[in-house]
Design a binder for this molecule. Structure first.
Ligand code: PAF
Length: 291
């Protein structure tokens, strides 16, 4: 089983000891003392386990953080309802992680709400940020703290949260953080639904309706050869067929800038969708090349 650590001081000690031991004992060609961080909010599913197994494949010492970060939840969001399943998470990480870092909120924020935050700027106000004001500032603040605490060489994130990956990449560039960001493909159920900790709220008809999101992305991708408007029309048509799905946004962005592309755009793109199914808000995305 991975060791569970709840304090920053103990985690730092363990990582320092690991780096010292790797320097002394590691094979000459090993990635000496490499530390790989997988930040999570727990309630681990196969999508998270894919991130951790890719972290494992990178070699080195794998730290998985499990922390439901209050800063990234709005007042009307599901912070209290967010699933907390630490025992299950630790068991699921057997053979994959070396350490699980599971701090309390008071360990991470001993002074209560932090006065100093990282801001995602304008990129954090679009799409997810428009629906969830302050969300990305909360994400970047906790990720920056985790980066400072763990000082990983590599940090692993999932492509499903594409905008999160974008703003974290910007933070690493803007602040010259010496960390490589590795991005892992979305893991899906057999019918295409992207795995998410929130899928557990989907029951009966809502679960059946939720598959429309990935179907819409596939329909959009199939139209990529016919331009931006054809992609959006094909995806929209599929969503419009399912009355249980209330669309929040369906957009095509340039992956480099995360800005919506103009109608004549050609090149690499990301088709993003967010929608409510019952009371559950879901997001998904697909990489395309628009011709
Ligand atoms: O993707 C998540 O689970 C969270 O946003 C993260 C990166 C762990 C920060 O709390």
């Amino acid at each position: 089983m991975p060791v569970v650590v709840t304090t920053i001081a103990e985690l730092r000690e363990r990582i320092a000891a690991e780096r010292r031991a790797a320097l002394q004992d590691g094979p000459a060609d090993a990635p000496v003392g490499r530390v790989v961080l997988v930040p999570t909010m727990g309630a681990l599913h196969d999508g998270h386990l894919r991130l951790v197994s890719q972290a494992r494949d990178l070699g080195g010492f794998v730290v998985v953080s499990v922390f439901v970060n209050p800063l990234q939840f709005g007042p009307a969001e599901d912070l209290d309802r967010y699933p907390r399943t630490l025992d299950h998470d630790v068991a699921a990480l057997e053979g994959l992680a070396d350490v699980v870092f599971a701090p309390s909120a008071s360990e991470m924020y001993p002074n209560g709400e932090p006065a100093t935050r990282i801001t995602a700027g304008e990129a954090g106000t679009r799409f997810e940020g428009a629906s969830r004001p302050g969300h990305f500032d909360g994400v970047l603040t906790v990720v920056a703290k985790l980066f400072n605490i763990v000082q990983p060489d590599v940090a692993v994130f999932g492509q499903k949260d594409a905008q999160q990956v974008h703003v974290i990449g910007r933070m690493v560039d803007d602040l010259d953080l010496p960390i490589t960001i590795a991005v892992v493909e979305t893991v899906r159920e057999a019918d295409g639904l992207a795995l998410s900790s929130r899928n557990r709220y989907l029951e009966g008809d809502d679960r059946r309706a939720a598959v429309v999101l990935s179907q819409a992305l596939a329909a959009g991708a199939a139209a990529a050869g016919d331009g931006v408007e054809a992609v959006l029309a094909a995806a929209w048509e599929r969503i419009d067929d399912e009355p249980a799905v209330r669309l929040d946004y369906l957009v095509i962005v340039d992956p480099a800038s995360f800005r919506e592309v103009a109608p004549g755009y050609r090149g690499p793109a990301l088709l993003l969708v967010a929608a409510r199914v019952g009371s559950t808000r879901l997001i998904d995305n697909e990489r395309l090349t628009i011709a």
